[in-house]
Design a protein around this ligand. Sequence first.
Ligand SMILES: Cc1cc2nc3c(=O)[nH]c(=O)nc-3n(C[C@H](O)[C@H](O)[C@H](O)COP(=O)(O)OP(=O)(O)OC[C@H]3O[C@@H](n4cnc5c(N)ncnc54)[C@H](O)[C@@H]3O)c2cc1C
Length: 297
Amino acid sequence: MAVIDRILSPDSQLQKRFFFLARRFVAGETIDAALSAVEAVNARGMSASLDFLGEDVTEFDAALATRDVYLAMLEEIRRRGADTNVSVKLTALGLLLGEDIALQNLTAILDAAQRNADPFVRIDMEGSTVTAATLRVFERAFKTHSNVGPVLQTYLRRTPEDVERMIELGARVRLCKGAYSEPADIAIKEMPSIRRVYLRLAERLLTAGTYPGIATHDRRIIERIDDFVRREGIASDRFEFQMLYGIRPQVQRRLIEEGYRLRIYIPFGTHWAGYFYRRVLERRENAFFALSSVFSK
Ligand SMILES: Cc1cc2nc3c(=O)[nH]c(=O)nc-3n(C[C@H](O)[C@H](O)[C@H](O)COP(=O)(O)OP(=O)(O)OC[C@H]3O[C@@H](n4cnc5c(N)ncnc54)[C@H](O)[C@@H]3O)c2cc1C
């Protein structure tokens, strides 16, 4: 990761030249490109959540710059009437500099978002070193702003408790499997167990939670959720499926045809290396996909 980041530093010419590798997963480098991707997604009957890529900021000014991009983005979403909310990473808003700094920047975004048709702001979940801090900042923000909600990662052993806490608060949760490499003492490592726990937590959120986001491309989980909501009579406007930009477009289309709500997570910006790297690690064929685009260019 560090090596990739160094080679592909956002300002380097090399990084600009290699953007075509990430194009399948990243909408572009500018707000304008991101909004065009949102409009294309909206035209297919799906909503979106826009993420300005970046993480692990260690300079105060860089955290302010991230906040300002979100403020500009929210204004442009409003101006274009696009059907999208935003997702933020607290380490991009200064969490590593202090929880108060992250909270201050997040609060500015939450205030601005309240002027939009969809005012919701999702806090992405990052690596386990910041899980507790992220949830603390979320809870402080939620005391004054109801338009914010966290992501919970199924693979973390703490997550069933966090799910209960979010149900108690009435907070909107995005449930995902988890995308970071975590040690076995704090995270489940075997996919069948992760899948089992995911289903249990999803069912709990669907019955007792507040408008959960079921974020997965896993066909088996999607089929089981489909069965569950039909059996329990849970209306399709009580939750939404969520998927990542560029992944499984046929499954995305089918969910819409079946009358489900689907939100597409659309990342953009020049700091795409870390995000791209996680997507490649998830699926080895993405490395082949990236390489084949090198050779077919
Ligand atoms: C909307 C959304 C938001 C997310 N937010 C977070 C977050 O805040 N924090 C976090 O840690 N993780 C996040 N994730 C990532 C998540 O934790 C998983 O790493 C990711 O979704 C892969 O798990 P899966 O459930 O899709 O199942 P998998 O078993 O990984 O995938 C199921 C199938 O989907 C397809 N697929 C999945 N991933 C890819 C890929 N990269 N390329 C091509 N095909 C693929 C394949 O066909 C695969 O067989 C998010 C995921 C989504 C959908």
